[in-house]
Design a binder for this molecule. Structure first.
Ligand SMILES: Nc1ncnc2c1ncn2[C@@H]1O[C@H](COP(=O)(O)OP(=O)(O)OP(=O)(O)O)[C@@H](O)[C@H]1O
Length: 411
C-alpha cells in the first residue's frame, strides 16, 4: 500500500535523482522482507504538514537491496533513517526512535531555511564517494582514543565530538596499507576476527584526529559506549556506538585507545613527531623576537625547549663548520656570538623541512621574490644577517640539540 507523501525509490538511478532534490530528504531504508516502517508514518505526516510552507522537507522510502549506495545497510533487522541534504547523506538514525528523528528533522529544516535565506553558510561534508570512510579519532592529552565510521554519519559524529568539549589538535586523512594495519593492530593478530579487521582498516581512507580535552581517554570511552552495538543500545543508547556503529565485528568502526599509554603509542604511529634546532640570530632576537615567535606558533610548531644564550665561539664554529675557510666565515662567527640568540627545539611532523621552509632562502632578496611570507623575507637584513638558522637534516638537528641542550631526550 503506497503512502502518498513518501516517494518510493526503487533503483540506483532514482536514488541519484533523489539526491538532486532541494531541501531535506528523509529516507526510510527498509529490508524487502519487512517493508517500510509503519511506526513513524504518522510522525512524518505530521512533520510534513508542519513544515509545508516552503517545500523544504521531503520523505522517501528505499529498499536496501535494490540500491547499490545502500549496500552497507543491507540485512539489518531494524529500520534506518538517512537524512540527505544538498545531495549528501549527512546523518543517520537507526531504529524507529521518533523523538530523535523528529529532533533531527526540525534541526535540519531550520538550518536549511537559514542557509537558503543566506543567514548561514553550508557546512562542509565529506564527499559522497568515500562511502566507506573510516574515522579514527585520537584523543590525546595523556590519553587518546580512536573511532572509525562511515561518512554518512561523519558530520553528526564530529558535531557530537565538539559538543562534548573536545578540540581537534591534529588531523590527517590516510589510506592505511595492509602492513601498517597489521602493525597497528599487532596485539589482535591471533584473533579470529583479525582478517575482518585488516579488511575494514584498509578498505578506504581513514581520518585520524588527535583530540584534546581534560580526561580525554576516559571521556571518549564513555562517549563511545559499550563494545558491541547490542550492549551499547541497551546500556547507553545515546553513545556513539549505539547511534552510529554499523558493522558489529569485535572491534567495530568506533574505536578508542584503551589507556593513556596506548594513546601515546597510537598518536606516535599516526603523527610521528620530529625535532629540529631553530635559532633566532642575535640581531634579529633584539629587533624581531616577538614577531618571529608568533610565526613559529602560527605554523603549528610546538616549542619543546627554549633558551636565550650567547653562543661561544666554539659553538658557532661547530655550527658552521662546513663554511670554515669561506670569505664570510669570520664575520658569521662574530655575528653569531655578539649577543644572546633565542635557541629552540621545535617539534612537529616533518619539523626539519617545515622550519627551513618557514625560514625561506638564505638570501632575503631571493626570499622576497620566492617566499614573501617567510621569516627571512620579512625580517632578515641581508644574506649574512639573515635572522634565523635551522638544522639542514634530521641528523644535524639531533647533533645540534645535544650540543646546545646537552640531551636529545625531549618529552
Ligand atoms: N654568500 C654569503 N655571504 C654572506 N653570508 C653568507 C653567505 N652564504 C651563507 N651565509 C651565512 O652563512 C649561514 C649558513 O649558510 P648556509 O648556506 O648553511 O645557509 P642556510 O642553510 O640557509 O642557513 P643556516 O645554516 O644558518 O640555517 C647563512 O645563514 C648566512 O648567515
Amino acid at each position: 500500500q503506497s503512502i502518498l507523501f513518501q516517494a518510493t525509490i526503487t533503483n540506483q538511478n532514482e536514488w541519484d535523482e533523489m539526491l538532486l532534490t532541494k531541501g531535506v530528504v528523509v529516507v526510510d531504508v527498509y529490508q524487502a522482507w519487512c517493508g517500510p516502517c509503519i511506526a513513524v508514518v504518522n510522525l512524518f505526516r505530521k512533520l510534513k504538514n508542519e513544515f509545508s510552507e516552503d517545500d523544504v522537507l521531503h520523505f522517501a522510502v528505499a529498499e536496501a537491496n535494490s540500491i547499490e549506495t545502500l549496500q552497507p545497510l543491507r540485512n539489518r533487522c531494524e529500520p534506518v533513517f538517512l537524512f540527505c541534504v544538498n545531495g549528501k547523506i549527512i546523518a543517520m538514525v537507526r531504529g524507529a526512535n521518533a523523538p530523535l528523528i523528529s529532533k533531527k528533522i526540525t534541526e535540519l529544516v531550520q538550518e536549511e531555511r537559514e542557509i537558503v535565506a543566506g543567514q548561514k553558510e553550508r557546512p562542509e561534508v565529506c564527499s559522497q564517494k568515500k562511502r566507506y570512510l573510516n574515522i579514527n579519532e585520537y584523543f590525546y592529552y595523556n590519553l587518546m582514543v580512536s573511532l572509525k565510521a562511515r561518512d554518512s554519519v561523519f558530520y553528526s559524529i564530529i558535531q557530537r565530538i565538539k559538543d562534548d568539549g573536545f578540540e581537534i589538535a591534529m588531523q590527517k586523512e590516510i589510506n592505511l596499507s595492509e602492513e601498517q594495519a597489521r602493525e597497528f593492530y599487532k596485539e589482535h593478530e591471533n584473533e579470529d576476527y583479525f582478517p575482518f579487521l585488516l579488511e575494514q582498516m584498509t578498505n578506504g581512507p581513514t581520518l585520524v584526529l588527535a583530540l584534546t580535552r581534560e580526561n580525554a581517554v576516559a571521556h571518549w570511552r564513555n562517549l563511545l559506549g559499550p563494545k558491541t552495538i547490542e550492549e551499547a543500545k541497551k546500556e547507553n543508547p545515546n553513545s556513539l556506538r549505539a547511534q552510529y556503529a554499523v558493522d558489529n565485528i569485535p572491534i567495530n568502526q568506533l574505536h578508542g585507545s584503551s589507556s593513556p599509554n596506548d594513546a601515546q603509542k597510537e598518536l606516535e604511529f599516526f603523527f610521528p613527531q620530529e625535532h629540529t634546532l631553530a635559532l633566532i640570530k642575535p640581531d634579529a632576537a633584539k629587533k624581531h623576537k616577538d614577531d618571529i615567535m608568533q610565526k613559529v606558533k602560527d605554523a603549528g610548531f610546538t616549542i619543546s625547549k627554549i633558551k636565550e644564550e650567547a653562543l661561544t665561539r666554539e659553538m658557532a664554529t661547530k655550527f658552521y663548520k662546513d663554511h670554515e675557510g669561506k670569505p664570510f666565515f669570520e664575520e658569521l662567527v662574530a655575528l653569531m656570538t655578539e649577543g644572546p640568540s633565542v635557541v629552540m627545539v621545535l617539534t612537529k611532523e616533518n619539523a626539519v623541512q617545515e622550519w627551513r621552509q618557514l625560514m625561506g632562502p638564505t638570501d632575503p632578496e631571493v626570499a622576497k621574490e620566492s617566499s614573501p611570507e617567510s621569516i627571512r623575507a620579512q625580517f632578515a637584513q641581508d644574506i649574512l644577517s639573515n635572522a634565523v638558522h635551522g638544522s639542514s637534516t634530521r641528523e644535524h638537528a639531533l647533533e645540534s640539540i645535544e650540543c646546545i641542550f646537552g640531551e636529545i631526550d625531549i618529552d
